[in-house]
Design a protein. Structure first.
Length: 35
């Protein structure tokens, strides 16, 4: 069973923005994708 990283109250995230000004939250433990 997988868990949602956004359910972890102590988890941290990066706020990413792409070239089209779209924002997303990315878990800090995961590698940030290029692009």
């Amino acid at each position: 069973m997988s868990t949602n990283p956004f359910d972890d109250e102590k988890g941290s995230c990066f706020a990413l923005i792409n070239a089209e000004d779209q924002y997303s939250l990315w878990p800090s433990f995961a590698v940030v994708p290029e692009g």
